[in-house]
Design a protein around this ligand. Sequence first.
Ligand code: PLP
Length: 468
Amino acid sequence: MMSPMLSGVCLSLLAAPGLAFVGTPFIAQQVRHAPAPTSRSVTGSSRPRASTRMVATPDKVGTGVKRNENFAKLKAGYLFPGIAKRRNAYLEANPDCRPIISLGIGDTTQPIPPHILSGLVGGAKTLGTKEGYTGYGAEQGKADIREKISEKLYNGLIKPDEVFVSDGAKCDIGRLQMMFGSGVVSAVQDPSYPVYVDTSVMVGQTGEVNEETMQYDNIVYMPCKPSNDFFPDLKALPHADVIYFCSPNNPTGAVATREQLEALVAHANAKGSIVVFDAAYAPFIRTPGVPKSIFEIEGSRTCCIEVNSFSKYAGFTGARLGWTVIPNEVKFSDGTPVRNDFNRVMTTAFNGASNIVQSGGMTCLDDEGMAEIDTLMDYYLENAKILKEGIESCGFKSHGGKDAPYVYVDLEGKASWDVFSEILEKAQVVTIPGAGFGPGGEGFLRLSAFAPRESCVEAVERLRAVLA
Ligand SMILES: Cc1ncc(COP(=O)(O)O)c(C=O)c1O
């Protein structure tokens, strides 16, 4: 029952002069305006006083809330919006230029294939039925999709209750960092997907960035370059508690061999570290014998977590569906299973992946869905081949692009932001400068194969015209 006082307030609000409610907007639409009072009628003088202003005057800079000092440590903005800003600035200055081709952000462009789509459509339709409607679901994901991921992707090597279904790998990396907190040291491949470093900074694991090396204090940077086959010298590394490792790698396109992953797992077990293995590009691997999951490696169940996603597999970058696997044997130093704390994060700070999209995930994992994923991967891998051959025909060496959708171009000493700008201005092609992925990426450029085929073909023609 509404209290008499509250109902009085509601009634008087409804009856307020000048307000009429149309439909269900959150803010009542004002359909009749009372005449605005003149400054004389408010203040008794013709000069408006500062204190009567509705909007703060410029000398007031903010609220009394102190900014989180970790955010002040972050250098510039997140990489990809920064690239989009430069592209937009170029477009504004050159409105009549030919259409820009994007080989930049790794966003998929091909439509979701029919069988997989039927799952999404079916999931949405079910919500429109009395019997099929569901609201909040389990924060860890529906039992059926956890079982299917366990069975179809991990051959039963991983138990369904070790799988946490989510809204994507990027979000899971952020939530893992929330769980690890500020007291751990993280190690990253250098260069690497920027989310590992930026979230380490945000949760307070790091000091300031060193302006000379462009490395944050208290992060272990693991150099990954052509001279070490893009795999770090593990024995030379300072201790790190959590090691972020991505294969196939963004941005280098390198894939770690079985022997390399065995060395990584042995290192983690020996040093008491946890590996967060990012397998977002796993189905691009075509070379026989190269592991697609860290759980193919013996000893991984005691020290590895895997983050994964349907984003690149199935064109779900917008639909959003990922998962994280944490075996029951991975434990903190006090014996607490890591899985338990991640479960606490998921149940507190996440409310379950969309039931519609989980239904799409189910069709991804049908045999027809898996075949459609293979066809999509073949398409992007053919693009990668076109880009790789194209850039090499301009006289550049390149890496990746074989088991990965990224071609990593060696600029032989040139500054990557300079070459990025030169290519944008002369060829109207957007790429990503390697330096955006960490100091180890300087001197390299990343080309993404997620563009449509015709864009890749035309980009190569344009690059040949300006670079060859
Ligand atoms: C290495 C890596 N991990 C994770 C992601 C993000 O995946 P999701 O779309 O599932 O958040 C990306 C996206 O580019 C990526 O490159």
